[in-house]
Design a protein around this ligand. Structure first.
Ligand SMILES: *Cc1c(COP(=O)(O)O)cnc(C)c1O
Length: 375
């Protein structure tokens, strides 16, 4: 019996009747562009994040681009971010003409290290763009203090962290603006591409609303040049059904994580830390071991699917060769890239599935360690 990394079909079947009906209503109404579900989802998602406003957009990447545009981040500006993330984080910075400046991660959490951010600030720095990686909030207290001291914007990349909380506050309400992805496999996933910009600053929300829809105030009055990055009504209708279950699904992810934590042997591999004051929603359950490749292969042989998030840090990607980085520039990100392994994690995962994965991981690692001890 195969155990997938994520199970989107199980998730769909658990809400089929309701979600099919929501889709059918959009088809019957025909309000495909900026329809009523978009407006309602925006209100509901803003409330969910304890923020004043949310603006639906076409993807998480577009959310990042539009947030940067709305804050007038562009040519000549630097934005500090992590090299250990999905490329969209830095790509958005480059897309608006600004330069991504990397700061290395804290190896314990794999999130950006606030002390390294402080070292990377220059007179050109305009914003800090932390990622809440794997569903775990970044070190927001220290990051917000730095931003205040140096008069910088904070843009949260919350694409992996819908519902996560830092010192009792939901991500999305911590920085100046936050960007969410509803890519199908995210904790809150659409049936295609979708995203959201969340902010409590009405000026930023208004600007994102303009920019996502050709800079228009009304049908034929374009007050500035924007883009087409609207959220489909169909996706919004699906997301409204799913948002009502998000907390329950995140609870189940946390339950899967604590079962993994009970069953896995910490002497054999590094487990994700559970910190007080920081509530992860476990988009991924990521362990670390120097035996990553062998473990991954042996799990695959047993029908257990795993992932690597991420195998190449951004400063070593060919697409960023123009930044002239080399191996050794961000050692913690490079080490993590060689050791991280994402185990199966989804809300519908059964305790039996978790046990099978944990037992297989322990078995394989014990075998590998014994072989190494003998050699
Ligand atoms: C998924 C993701 C994005 C991009 O979202 P899309 O909706 O795929 O464009 C950005 N940043 C991070 C950290 C992500 O995981």
């Amino acid at each position: 019996m195969r155990i997938p990394l994520v199970d989107l079909k199980a998730n769909y079947l658990s809400i089929k009747a309701e979600v099919d009906e929501a889709i059918a209503s959009v088809l019957e109404r025909g309000d495909f562009i900026q329809g009523q579900d978009v407006k309602l989802l925006e209100q509901e998602f803003a409330a969910y994040c304890s923020a004043r406003e949310a603006v639906g957009v076409s993807s998480g990447t577009d959310a990042l681009v539009l947030a940067l545009m709305a804050l007038n981040v562009g040519k000549g500006d630097e934005v500090i971010t992590t090299p250990f993330t999905f490329i969209a984080t830095a790509e958005a910075i480059s897309q608006v003409g600004a330069t991504p400046v990397f700061a290395d991660i804290d190896p314990r959490t794999c999130n950006i290290n606030a002390a390294k951010i402080a070292e990377a600030i220059t007179p050109r720095t305009k914003a800090i763009l932390p990622v809440h990686l794997y569903g775990r909030p970044a070190e927001m207290g220290a990051i917000l203090r730095l931003a205040r001291r140096h008069n910088l914007y904070v843009i949260e990349d919350a694409a992996q962290a819908h519902g996560a909380a830092y010192e009792g506050r939901r991500v999305g309400s911590l920085g100046d603006v936050a960007c969410f992805s509803f890519y199908p496999a995210k904790n809150l996933g659409a049936f295609g591409d979708a995203g959201m910009v969340v902010t409590s600053n009405p000026k930023v929300a208004d600007r994102v609303r303009l920019l996502r829809d050709h800079g228009r105030r009304d049908k034929y009055r374009h007050v500035e040049l924007g883009v087409n990055a609207r959220l489909d009504t169909l996706q919004a209708a699906v997301l409204r059904v799913k948002l009502r279950r998000l907390d329950a699904w995140n609870q189940r992810r946390r339950a899967v994580a604590s079962l993994y934590r009970r069953l896995l042997v910490p002497d054999l591999l590094a487990l994700p830390p559970e910190d007080r004051g920081s509530e992860s929603v476990y988009h991924m359950f990521v362990v670390r071991t120097p035996f990553r490749e062998a473990l991954r292969q042996k799990l695959q042989d047993q029908g257990i699917e795993t992932g690597i998030h991420y195998p190449v840090p951004l400063h070593l990607q060919p697409a960023y060769s123009a930044l002239w980085h080399r191996a050794g520039d961000f050692p913690e990100s490079e080490r993590a890239a060689g050791e991280v392994l994402s185990l199966p994690m989804f809300p519908d995962m059964t305790p039996e599935q978790v046990k099978r994965v944990a037992l297989a991981v322990t078995d394989v690692l014990q075998g590998l360690q014994q072989r190494q001890a003998v050699a």
